[in-house]
Design a protein around this ligand. Structure first.
Ligand SMILES: Cc1ncc(COP(=O)(O)O)c(C=O)c1O
Length: 406
């Protein structure tokens, strides 16, 4: 996006998240088009950026929602996602969450264990309903990504083995309160190689065929999310190749392909803006201290994730600096050894590729208010989340029982 960042910062202050809604549209359409000719649903992974305006924008384009808590399901419904486009996943759903999802009659509840299946069956029976379910299969395929975002190996907590899944499908088929219509897998995030996806699809498609042979007809083939993006110089997967690889594995199956992209939609549709507070030199080490921190953008501290950082309208000899926030942790950094020109108080830094797993992982650590969020659509800016105030943060404490005080 070509933006007048200085004016936007004057208007909204920093730290600030900015999202390019036209880019979100482009990403959605690229993926949807890649699956054209097949029945498909793009169910946006709400966890990557759950701002209501983002979800609403995608819902208006026809997207569904992949949710991992009842809170995310409520967000999706509030933002106008159609009930029959909502999927509820996650390894640990509470009874109250299952009950609400069943009452809302969403498309699918995604099961991650036999114990969970029994719970869903019991709650559906209580409500006199039949739960449409899918089962998350863990295909034991190495996704070749960061271990924290790898999910498709047996050592990861997600899903069940092929044998367990088969047993669960047979059980569900016989149940009066379970309707097994979907199958799901998600091997990891930030995938940049096609072969693990192809392999996982092949394994899961074979399971679908063997279920079909015993009269269990799967209608939704949910391939999860995971499409990687460019943070630095990664070679990524083109949606057309992604779709082609998946379609090649499901030959002969009359099935709706569901994808759950999060990062692919949002990472490069967003930037994070932060202002320079001070520069300092500790021995040989140059530090640029900014007003954004790990509580705003956790990925560098959590995964050592790389985000390109640039100064806005600033010239001069570049030297390496660690860009750090005010939080009292040595792990509070946005970038290490970033080549930057000399900087002054109030200069602005752009942290790129921050639209996914940025704001949603933010916290109030050090009693810092969460950043504001702004959408840019057709060249116009719209505040889509106000900056969090101190009063917002203490509201739930102040409204509590204070009689313990003498
Ligand atoms: C089940 C599931 N679907 C979709 C996603 C979204 O992944 P990504 O943002 O890499 O597309 C995740 C991410 O953790 C996930 O666990």
């Amino acid at each position: 996006m070509s933006l007048d960042i200085t004016s936007l910062v004057k208007k909204y202050d920093t730290p600030l998240y900015l999202y390019d809604f036209n880019n979100i549209t482009k990403r959605y359409e690229e993926l949807k088009d890649a699956f054209s000719g097949k029945k498909s649903l793009v169910a946006y992974a709400v966890k990557s950026n759950s701002n209501l305006a983002v979800i609403r924008h995608l819902a208006n384009l026809g997207a569904g929602a992949d949710c991992v808590s009842i809170g995310e399901v409520r967000r999706a419904l509030k933002a106008g996602v159609k009930k029959y486009h909502i999927i509820f996943s996650g390894v640990g759903k509470r009874d109250s969450e299952i009950r609400e999802a069943l009452k809302e009659d969403i498309l699918l509840i995604n099961l991650e264990s036999e114990a969970e299946m029994k719970r869903v069956e019991m709650i559906a029976a209580e409500l006199g309903k039949e739960a449409r379910i899918s089962i998350r299969v863990n295909p034991n395929v190495d996704p070749k990504t960061h271990p924290y975002i790898s999910t498709g190996l047996h050592e990861n907590k997600f899903g069940v083995s092929i044998d367990t899944a088969k047993r669960m499908y047979i059980y569900a088929k016989k149940s009066d309160h379970l309707n097994p219509v979907g199958i799901h897998f998600h091997i990891g995030s930030q995938l940049t190689e096609l072969s693990p996806i192809t392999e996982a699809c092949g394994i899961v498609a074979d399971l679908v065929r063997s279920l079909d042979a015993i009269g269990i007809e799967i209608k939704f083939f949910d391939i999860g999310g995971g499409l990687g993006v460019i943070y630095d110089d990664e070679k990524t997967i083109v949606p057309a190749d992604y779709a082609k690889a998946i379609i090649s594995q499901i030959k002969g199956l009359d099935i709706t392909i569901v994808s759950e992209p999060g990062r692919y939609m949002m990472a490069n549709s967003g930037i994070f803006l932060t202002s320079v507070l001070y520069e300092k030199q500790n021995g040989d080490k140059r530090f640029v201290i900014v007003d954004g921190a790990m509580n705003d953008l956790l990925r560098p501290s959590l995964y050592n994730a790389y985000h390109k950082i640039e100064a806005v309208q600033k010239e001069g000899q570049k030297t390496p600096a660690d860009v750090v926030g005010p939080v009292c942790e040595s792990g509070d950094f946005l970038g290490k050894n970033v080549e930057l020109p000399p900087l002054d108080h109030h200069d602005i830094l752009v942290v790129h590729s921050a639209g996914a797993y940025g704001f949603t992982m933010s916290s109030n650590y050090n009693t810092r208010g969460r950043a504001a969020e702004v959408a840019i659509l057709d060249g116009k800016d719209y505040l889509i989340r106000a900056r969090e105030t101190f009063e917002d943060q203490v509201r739930l404490e102040e409204s509590c029982d204070t009689s313990w005080q003498v």
